[in-house]
Design a protein around this ligand. Sequence first.
Ligand SMILES: Cc1ncc(COP(=O)(O)O)c(C=O)c1O
Length: 444
Amino acid sequence: MAGGPEWGFLLPPSIPHNEPMNSTAKGSLWHDIVTQGVQRVVDGISDQEAMEMNEQYGTHNYKPLPVNVVRGEGARVWDGDGKEYIDCIGAYSAVAHGHLSPRVVDAMVNQLKEVAVTSRAFYSPEVGLFLKGLCEYAGLDRACPMNTGAEAIETCIKLARKWGYTVKGVPKDQAEIIVCENNFHGRTTTIVGFSTEEDYKQFFGPYTPGFKVVPFGDIGALKAAITPNTIGFLAEPIQAEGGILIPPDGYLTQVREVCNANNMLLIWDEIQTGFCRTGYRFAWQYESGAEPDLMAVGKPLGGGLLPVSAALGKNHVMEVFKPGDHGSTFGGNPLGSVVALAALAEMEEEDYAGRSKRLGDLAVDYLNNMGLPHVKEVRGRGLLIGVEVNDNVDSKALSAALVSRGILTKETRKRTFRLTPPIMISEELLMDALGRVKDAIASV
Ligand SMILES: Cc1ncc(COP(=O)(O)O)c(C=O)c1O
């Protein structure tokens, strides 16, 4: 698809951006799209043009790698020049099934012959089956379907607060939720307000009150922060965006015990760690007796095709919601439900948990034995792996070295390169990727 002569629709710089173009004018963007169809126009866009359009018309809230992905299949993607890459980021763990998993695509295409979006103003067999299937998969009682991870977290916060006031009896507007340093739960104003990463929160205040921050993995600090108004503890079982930080053994169970002892809810954010990413259906299952009252899930639940998320929990919390308390136009629609069910079916049939554990162990073993002085630490559970490089390694140069070797990944918190490929990646392709990672690190 390199270079398309017919497309001539980029606004010339002389046209003010705030004036809408005549949609029918020949040579305009909309003329081309209407007459040629979207796909044909897309096919005519070169890599360079795509990057320029993204930069010119998008806000700069991301800093993408200079790779223009035009096609994906399984664990590989291609740019417009046909260069192949191994996807080692998997859309921040959302693409566990690989790109365009045939089973999930088939389910989606079939559903598109029936009905796609109804809203929850009505009942739907697909949504009903999705809720039942998800609850059975997770061993929890009820689910509130949403779309993005941040919405699932917001839903958990609302459920916990209403539980706090109506069940625990906390005085009005005094409810407190304890969260962890280095947390990442999404990007809404409430959520960034309790982030400890200055870049995520600066200029977005005033922040929502009612959150207390304690160090992750420190059970003593959690105990010390509890007051009679504490309604819950919200944390990721492994902090992914925080740099793939794994808590000390025993922490997950101890957290549950502390919540029991203080009549507070345990809320696990499994949006990134859930659905087999760490070698278990959910990362809290690494320890026994760490089951949540509430859990947020998302990302791979959409099978790599759609945003599908949910807040799940036990009846004693979930039943506090009454009609009107919460909602989302797209949350819980037939199309997303069918996609999620097909995604869950594939995870089960292909034993994603076992696969993630086996491949993750292989990868961590390989990375630990590379013998490169550049590496400070390799942390991982299943296929959620972080390679932290030493301070003297130029991480920008390493990023470029990885891209030039056909490896797509990004660093999190500056020095930790994440390896979170699709869980369906073959062992052979994974080992190929690891060889290239080693080569890239050795080159900087
Ligand atoms: C642990 C965790 N929670 C919440 C989110 C937010 O999810 P979303 O980007 O879908 O809103 C993310 C996204 O990376 C995440 O990793």
